[in-house]
Ligand binder design. Structure first.
Ligand code: ZN
Length: 478
């Protein structure tokens, strides 16, 4: 095939030769002898002109361009337009496919050349060559949290919506008792337009979840038979507290088979701070004042004035981070109801030993020989404790001696009023150590075991009366 550079050289020689030929034609016209030579010369000239014209035609018809995409040759075209159109089409296709602005990283360059038709690249070849060598960027909107890239979405609108979605759960509704005054991010959050590779664009829902939980994917566990949060925590080597925190909607006591348990404590990458003004009422605890009374025993206590809590209306400014209160400032507090101080009177008088303690002791040592209840068709109203004559009998509790002396079937009897509704009786005594009107203390020896009255054998007959009615002493002593 013709080398274009050769043709070039040829072309530059031919015009000069043509002028020579024409000059020769002029000269030879005057020379009739050379008629034959003239014809030959004309013939040569015509051939020369024709071949020059043919060459020119060929040169114009083979004019072409080597197309470079970046630095790589991708084919030869007759017209630059062809390649430019193909690239524009590819760009348009990409924009439509991804619904984004496409930024190609390389452009087309052209170099003059000559080529016959069969050397030209077809549209398809060009298209495929461009595509295979193409790398492109798309416009995305990157979310920056404290200058750190968190993720990129396709549009500014998507980025804005993510930020709105983050705030939404904490907005709630304003009411008379709650007004949101401010909502903002704790971190410095920016949206920036960037040109980035397509694969870095994230789905906005995924990015939102990533921001809210601090992870790409939330792992879960499906509850099986017999499992509890405690056993699940063990499986994943977690703290139960973390599991509970990660699943605020699950009641740990009421875990059901098939429940989905999240295995991660969400740690939001962006903190939503809200400042709200809240109005609420709060109880005011009442104070308790002690009033001393020297006429009452130390052990005695009496409520003179019953206390009652008051109530105040509070207006406070509450700062929350992701819904959790981090600061609270009371800006107004109005008492609607004053609390009533409780006044308690407490005795200061030393408690005498002879005051009843409320608990009885076993009045003597011995063997229980007969219990309280029916005996030979008659009611036995006491507890019999068999003991040798002369064994000491002790007052079962502190009190005042109200009877001493002989009393029918009881024989020698001591009766003590304990001052708390209880009276105790000690019967069949051999001797009595106290007299009526004496105050005795718990455990004080008041008499000795004997066999007086209706008695068969030395023993103590012990009775307990409550408000004048006999009780089973077994319920009071052991
Ligand atoms: Zn008895």
């Amino acid at each position: 095939m013709d080398d274009p550079s050769n043709l070039e050289i040829h072309g530059s020689i031919l015009p000069k030769e043509n002028i020579k030929i024409l000059e020769t034609i002029k000269k030879t016209f005057t020379n009739k002898d050379n008629h034959k030579r003239l014809l030959i010369t004309i013939f040569i000239a015509v051939i020369g002109i024709l071949s020059f014209a043919a060459y020119k035609t060929n040169e114009i018809n083979t004019r072409a361009f080597i197309v470079y995409f970046g630095d790589e040759e991708i084919g030869i075209v007759r017209e630059q337009e062809e390649a430019l159109n193909i690239l524009a089409n590819i760009k348009r296709e990409l924009s439509t496919t991804y619904d984004m602005d496409i930024v190609l990283q390389k452009g087309l360059k052209f170099e003059d050349t000559h080529a016959k038709d069969e050397l030209l690249a077809t549209s398809n070849e060009l298209k495929n060559n461009i595509k295979s060598k193409m790398s492109f960027l798309v416009s995305g909107y990157v979310l920056l949290v404290d200058d750190e890239e968190i993720g990129t979405v396709k549009t500014k609108k998507e980025a804005d919506e993510i930020l709105e979605s983050l705030k939404e759960p904490y907005l709630g509704e304003d009411s008379e008792n709650r007004k949101i005054q401010e909502i903002k991010f704790v971190e410095d959050v920016q949206i920036e337009k960037r040109e980035i590779p397509l694969n870095q664009i994230k789905d906005s829902k995924e990015l939102l979840q990533y921001i809210q939980t601090g992870t790409e994917e939330v792992k879960t566990h499906i509850v099986e038979v017999g499992e509890s949060l405690w056993t699940i925590a063990k499986i994943y080597d977690m703290d139960v507290e973390d599991l509970i925190e990660a699943n605020p909607e699950i009641n740990p006591e009421k875990l059901q088979i098939g429940d989905e348990v999240k295995l991660l404590v969400p740690k939001s990458l962006i903190t939503v701070a809200t400042v709200e003004e809240v109005k609420y009422t709060e109880k005011i605890n009442y104070e308790v004042e002690i009033e001393e009374n020297k006429n009452m025993y130390k052990t005695e206590k009496k409520v003179k004035v019953k206390g009652s809590p008051g109530e105040s209306e509070i207006v406070a400014k509450v700062t929350k981070h992701n819904g959790k209160t981090v600061a609270k400032k009371i800006i107004e507090e109005v008492v609607i109801e004053e609390p009533v101080t409780e006044i308690v009177v407490k005795g200061t008088k030393e408690v005498p030993k002879t005051i009843a303690t409320g608990a009885f002791l076993m009045p003597t040592r011995g063997r229980i020989s007969s219990r309280y209840g029916m005996r030979n068709g008659r009611m036995h109203r006491g507890l019999d404790i068999a003991a040798r004559t002369g064994t000491p009998i002790k007052a079962a509790d502190g009190g005042k001696v109200v009877f001493t002396g002989r009393k029918g079937a009881y024989g020698n009897l001591v009766e003590i009023d304990h001052g708390n509704g209880y009276v105790t009786r000690y019967a069949h005594c051999s001797s009595i150590n106290v007299k009526t009107g004496d105050r005795v203390y718990k455990g004080q020896v008041i008499a000795k075991v004997g066999n007086t009255g209706r008695s068969t054998g030395s023993h103590l007959h012990f009775e307990v009366l409550k408000n004048g009615r006999n009780q089973n002493p077994a319920g009071y002593v052991r």
